[in-house]
Design a protein around this ligand. Structure first.
Ligand code: AP5
Ligand code: MG
Ligand code: ZN
Length: 210
């Protein structure tokens, strides 16, 4: 069986990164994520400026920059879980021309819960593993369970920037969710349980789509 092509949609903080790691392990696919790719290249000069200026303000990085990242990553991936793209209808149309999808899953989480998840998130500076000061604590405070690296707060996880990211999501990305819903492709998953509970539902949906 060929490896699955999975699209994971959800607001900032819905758990896309957290669940993607589990998908990668269970289904042996590549994690294709525009957020991580952009963070690794924050000061890359493009004709639109650097990604940093957009990201720290909570705004979208211009489409040509992210389209190129995804196109290149998908070319070399057999199966994948795509996280953080598409974020507007133009990107969704672009993706349509690049690949087919076996599953479009939407992790649905209420807005106040998202704010708490994001402002409490801590990320490993070495390997990128996600933690949370309340919901997903490391064994030793400030230290990554996976690799021993330092845990840091992302620049865009301040309350003010989080609110702007959520506004950008409502304006640009909710129409993408409607786009897949209208096509009958969307599988909606309640993203509000524990990470294990959400994973149970997501895994079932992936198995059903294969
Ligand atoms: P990106 O990095 O994609 O950020 P995002 O979409 O805002 O999503 P997050 O990574 O913040 O959240 P997540 O859903 O991965 O949640 P996580 O698993 O970490 O994008 C960043 C920026 O890059 C954008 O603002 C934009 O500027 C730019 N960009 C990226 N893609 C772009 C594109 N396509 N076009 C244009 N610009 C683009 O979980 C969050 C927290 O909650 C963690 O602390 C976690 O431990 C905890 N948690 C997870 N699950 C649960 C649970 N079930 N219960 C309790 N806590 C939980
Ligand atoms: Mg993420
Ligand atoms: Zn680590």
């Amino acid at each position: 069986m060929s490896q699955p092509h999975i699209l994971l949609l959800g607001a900032p903080g819905a758990g896309k990164g957290t669940q993607s790691s589990r998908i990668v392990e269970a289904f042996d696919v590549e994690h294709v994520t525009t957020g991580d790719a952009l963070r690794a290249n924050k000061d890359m000069e493009t004709e639109y400026g650097t990604p940093r200026s957009f990201m720290e303000a909570g705004e979208l990085v211009p489409d040509p920059v992210v389209n190129a990242i995804v196109e290149e990553a998908l070319t070399s991936a057999d199966g994948f879980v795509l996280d953080g793209y598409p974020r507007n209808l133009e990107q969704a149309e672009e993706l349509d021309g690049m690949t087919d999808l076996d599953l479009v899953a939407y992790l649905n989480v209420a807005e106040e819960e998202l704010v708490e998840r994001l402002t409490g998130r801590r990320v490993c500076s070495e390997c990128g593993t996600n933690f949370h000061i309340k919901f997903n604590q490391p064994a030793v405070q400030g230290v990554c369970d996976e690799c021993g690296g330092d845990l840091i707060q992302r620049d865009d996880d301040t309350e003010e920037t989080v609110r702007e990211r959520l506004r950008v999501f409502r304006e640009n990305t909710e129409p993408v969710i409607e786009f897949y819903r209208e096509r009958g492709q969307l599988v909606e998953i309640d993203g509000e349980g524990t990470p294990d509970e959400v994973w149970g539902k997501l895994k079932t949906a992936i198995e059903a789509a294969q």
